[in-house]
Design a protein around this ligand. Structure first.
Ligand SMILES: [Zn+2]
Length: 74
């Protein structure tokens, strides 16, 4: 009977793609993916193709993965 449905507005958190500086080619083309179900983190450069994988701890953040990655590279 003409009941109005209230529109549910969901506030979506905008997820910015996090891009880091590549230690190899020096461009901001590094992307980090945290695969929580597989407990790994993958990191890849979209420019030179440099990539790596790390074990993921629950406390680990993208930036930590990035630090490990650059440490390993240098
Ligand atoms: Zn690169």
């Amino acid at each position: 009977m003409g009941r109005r449905r209230r529109k549910v507005i969901r506030v979506q958190k905008r997820k910015l793609p996090t891009i880091y500086l590549c230690p190899k080619c020096g461009k901001e083309t590094i992307r980090i993916k945290l695969l929580k179900d597989q407990e790994i983190a993958t990191i890849q450069c979209g420019n030179c193709g440099l990539s790596d994988k790390f074990d993921l701890n629950p406390s680990l953040q993208e930036i930590d993965v990035y630090c490990q990655f650059t440490d390993k590279f240098y």
